[in-house]
Design a protein around this ligand. Structure first.
Ligand code: SF4
Length: 359
């Protein structure tokens, strides 16, 4: 099967097979075929999201050396980047959330390290929720959870979570793949929308591993999938493996889009970049406070990008940015991503505009 046949399948609204995903992942990132692939992924992303990209914004509730020791994480105790534990007060957390809301983030994320006390996280979430506009989308990025705790997150007002089965989970991380998957199923059973990603991609990951992970993310019908490269933390052992280029990441972002059913409206990448956006990424994150890819305790002084910065990157890439609460995390309310199959091949008139009513 050649690239034209594969892209024709995508234009017909079909999800690609693992063999086809591998073939696309094996393309040289700077080949003409890879650019065709990125253009097709961009078309599909615009179609399923009504041409509206989203910017979500995350702040960390705490910063602490973490015993889970994921090799790529600056919080990992084994990496010796941070030695002291600090946490926000509820007042500080509310201020962070209100700042993001005022900046126009489509969703506000609260993150904690895996071992942060869950009840404390809920307490702070209660204060944050009380102070945000009722329509503002609040998302949790926390460690593995039972079904009981997942229901508590839902009851606390979270619309969804971010949770990923990381590449080489259990090998490069101190957590188990089975536990990560179980948490994703618990979140879904509790009624939380799950956003996920193929991450953190390094040069050592094979096309077969990436394709398998793309298929796993598709299997949970997430609010969004996508791809993010590993950022080297200076001085760590894993930094010796190197980093993939933004262009290679963009290619993987594009392949991930074509491996998702059309019911999945979002396609994320991190860190934000125009190459990712032109390859079909329609979700970026702004960040403040602690960040597992940064050696600065305040990532806004380091790698973190602001909401306005993310919006500008989308605009430079010919994307409109959604105004208001996330459609990706509120699929039921907006019908986002629900349209299928894609009619663009059968109906040329459908090629040029969004079919889903969004806005
Ligand atoms: S990625 Fe999460 S679980 Fe792993 S070391 Fe960092 S904070 Fe801990």
């Amino acid at each position: 099967m050649n690239i034209d046949e594969i892209l024709k399948k995508s234009r017909n609204g079909d999800v690609l097979s693992r063999r086809e995903l591998i073939l696309l992942l094996d393309l040289p990132p700077d080949s003409p075929e890879a650019y065709l692939l990125m253009a097709e992924a961009n078309r599909v992303s615009k179609d399923v999201s009504g041409g509206k990209a989203e910017v979500h914004a995350q702040f960390a509730v705490n910063l602490a050396p973490c015993g889970c020791d994921c090799l790529f994480c600056s919080f990992a105790g084994i990496n010796n980047i941070f030695s002291e534990a600090t946490e926000l007060t509820a007042v500080q957390a509310v201020a962070r959330a209100l700042r993001f809301e005022a900046d126009g983030a489509n969703a506000v994320f609260m993150m904690s390290t895996a071992r942060y006390p869950f009840e404390r996280f809920l307490e702070i979430a209660g204060e944050v929720k009380k102070n945000l506009q009722p329509a503002t989308t609040l998302i949790a990025n926390v460690g593995d959870q039972t079904l009981k705790n997942s229901i508590k997150l839902k009851d606390a007002g979270f619309a969804g979570v971010y949770h990923a089965l990381r590449l080489r989970e259990g090998v490069d991380t101190g957590l188990s793949a089975a536990g990560r998957k179980r948490s994703i199923f618990n979140f879904k059973e509790a009624g939380l929308e799950v956003g996920t990603c193929v991450e953190p991609v390094g040069p050592e990951h094979t096309s077969e591993e990436l394709a398998e992970m793309i298929e796993f993310t598709a299997s949970v019908n997430p609010a969004y999938s996508g791809a993010a490269r590993r950022i080297s933390i200076p001085g760590t052992e894993i930094a010796g493996r190197g980093m993939i280029s933004e262009l290679r990441m963009a290619q993987i972002v594009a392949v991930t889009r074509l491996g998702m059913p059309r019911t999945v409206p979002g396609n994320c990448t991190h860190e934000p970049c125009t190459l990712g956006a032109i390859a079909g990424a329609n979700l970026f994150w702004a960040e403040a406070g602690a960040n597992p890819r940064d050696i600065h305790a305040k990532t806004e002084e380091g790698r973190g990008v602001t909401v306005a910065g993310c919006q500008a990157l989308f605009q430079e890439s010919n994307w409109d940015v959604l105004c208001g609460p996330s459609h990706f995390y509120n699929r039921g309310a907006h019908g986002t991503g629900q349209r299928q199959p894609d009619r663009s091949a059968a109906d040329p008139a459908a090629k040029h505009g969004p079919v889903i009513p969004v806005g």
